[in-house]
Design a protein around this ligand. Structure first.
Ligand code: ZN
Ligand code: ZN
Length: 407
C-alpha cells in the first residue's frame, strides 16, 4: 500500500484543487481519499503540497502512425511499425497519458504485448482498422493510382480498410469486433491527409452509417466518425453516431442537436497547427497541404460554439509521425479559449464517459484505478505544466505502479 499525504488534490471534476488531502493506494486501485488517513503498513509519501491528479486520457491518437504519409506508413514492415508504436506509447506515458483511445490502426496485438509487459505505455481503447469508402479518408491512393487497396489492408501500418455497401460495412464491423475492437471507427467526411477527398465530401451513405451503428449496438458499443463539415456532423448525429471526431466546422445549431442526442465531440486542434508548420517538410503531399487551412482556422472558434451548446468535449490530438512530441500542446491551445478546469476535465472525467469507464479512469476516487500524476505546481493555474514531455511531472503511477518516480 502507498499513502500519498499533503497533496493538493484535483479529482478530475472540481473547479479547483483541494489542499491537504491524502490518497491511499492498494494494489492497482485507489482505496481511500480523505484529509487524513491512518495506515500503519502503507509506504508514506509526503507530496509537500504538490498537485495530485488523475492520469491523462488522449481520446484521439494513432499509435501506428510513425510517418506523416499514410502510404509510406502502410509500406513499413510490420515489425518496424510495432516497435515504433511501442516507443511512441512509452513517450505518451511519460507525458502523463495513462490511457489513450486509438482511432485507427492499433490492434489486439499491441494490447496483448502491453498486458504481457513487453511494452510500457497507456492502456489502449481500440477500433482496429478505421472503415472508409473507396476514395474516402483512409484511401490514400492518388487519383491515378488504381492498385487494389486490399494489398495495403493486410499491413499493420495501414490505419484503415475499405468497405463499400451495407453488407461490406456490416462484415467489416463484425470482423473488427471479433478481432478485439472496443468500438467502430468510420471515415464519414473528406480529410486532410488523404489526396482525393476534398473536406466537403461526405463519406458513406445513410444506410451504411446506420448499418455500422446497428452492428456496434449489437456488440454493446458505439461508433466514432471522422467529421469536419456541419453537413457531415448533422448526418452522423441523426444516424446515431456517438463520438464526433474533429468537428472543426460545426454550427451552434448542430452542436445543440448533438448535445441533445448525447453525443460527445473530440476536437484535435494541435494536429492542424503542427501540419501547418511541419507537414510539408515531413512529406505531406501538396494536395493535403492545400487543405489544412480549410479546417485549421475554424477549429478554435468551434470550441466556443460547442461549449455554448453544452456539447461535452474530450481531449484529442490526432498527431502523425515526428509531430507526436507536440501532444500536450493541445492543453495550451484549448486553454486560450476554455477555462483550465474544463480543459483538464476533457482529458480525465469527460474522457472516462466517452470510453465508458466512468469511476474507473479519469478520476481520483475510491475504487478507481490508481492512474495518478504528481505535478510540480498547479496545472489549473498553468496548463503549460503538462507540456515539455512530462518535465513537470514528479511522478507517474499507472495501475498502482510507479512508471516514473522523481519524488
Ligand atoms: Zn480524422
Ligand atoms: Zn485520426
Amino acid at each position: 500500500m502507498i499513502l500519498f499525504e499533503n497533496a493538493r488534490l484535483w479529482d478530475g471534476f472540481a473547479e479547483a484543487a483541494t489542499p491537504g488531502m491524502s490518497v491511499l493506494v492498494e494494489g492497482e486501485t485507489i482505496r481511500e481519499v480523505a484529509p487524513a488517513i491512518a495506515s500503519a503498513s502503507a509506504r508514506r509519501i509526503d507530496l509537500a503540497g504538490r498537485t495530485l491528479m488523475p492520469g491523462l486520457v488522449d481520446c484521439h491518437v494513432h499509435l501506428i502512425a510513425s510517418m506523416v504519409s499514410f502510404e509510406a506508413n502502410a509500406l513499413l514492415p510490420d515489425a518496424v511499425v510495432a516497435f515504433r508504436a511501442g516507443k511512441l506509447m512509452r513517450e505518451m506515458l511519460m507525458r502523463g497519458f495513462t490511457t489513450v483511445r486509438d482511432l485507427g490502426g492499433a490492434t489486439l496485438g499491441l494490447r496483448l504485448a502491453w498486458e504481457e509487459g513487453l511494452i510500457e505505455g497507456p492502456r489502449v481503447s481500440l477500433c482496429g482498422k478505421a472503415l472508409s469508402q473507396t476514395g474516402g479518408h483512409a484511401d490514400f491512393r492518388t487519383r491515378a493510382d488504381t492498385r487494389d487497396f486490399a494489398f495495403f489492408e493486410s499491413r499493420l501500418g495501414s490505419l484503415g480498410r475499405l468497405a463499400d455497401g451495407v453488407d461490406a460495412v456490416r462484415r467489416a464491423c463484425r470482423e473488427e469486433i471479433k478481432g478485439g475492437a472496443d468500438y467502430i471507427k468510420l471515415m464519414a467526411n473528406g480529410g486532410v491527409a488523404s489526396p482525393s477527398d476534398p473536406i466537403a465530401f461526405l463519406g458513406y451513405s445513410d444506410a451504411e452509417l446506420r448499418a455500422a451503428v446497428e452492428e456496434a449496438a449489437m456488440a454493446q458499443t458505439y461508433v466514432a466518425a471522422h467529421l469536419y463539415t456541419d453537413e457531415a456532423i448533422g448526418r452522423a448525429v441523426r444516424a446515431g453516431i456517438r463520438s464526433l471526431e474533429h468537428c472543426n466546422l460545426i454550427t451552434a445549431a448542430t452542436a445543440a442537436e448533438a448535445a441533445a442526442a448525447g453525443c460527445i465531440a473530440c476536437p484535435t486542434l494541435v494536429t492542424y497547427q503542427a501540419l501547418k508548420e511541419e507537414g510539408a517538410s515531413l512529406g505531406l503531399g501538396p494536395e493535403s497541404v492545400a487543405k489544412i487551412d480549410d479546417v485549421r482556422l475554424a477549429g478554435l472558434e468551434s470550441l466556443d460554439r460547442m461549449r455554448g451548446a453544452g456539447l461535452t468535449m474530450v481531449f484529442g490530438t490526432d498527431l502523425l509521425g515526428p509531430m507526436h512530441r507536440r501532444q500536450s500542446e493541445e492543453f495550451v491551445i484549448r486553454g486560450a479559449v476554455l477555462p483550465a478546469a474544463e480543459v483538464l476535465r476533457s482529458a480525465t472525467s469527460h474522457a472516462a464517459v466517452l470510453l465508458r469507464q466512468e469511476g474507473r479512469i479519469g478520476c481520483v476516487a475510491p475504487g478507481a484505478l490508481a492512474d495518478l500524476l504528481v505535478v510540480e505546481g498547479d496545472p489549473l493555474a498553468d496548463l503549460t505544466l503538462l507540456t515539455r514531455q512530462g518535465a513537470h511531472l514528479a511522478a507517474i503511477m499507472q495501475g498502482g505502479r510507479f512508471v516514473k518516480d522523481a519524488l
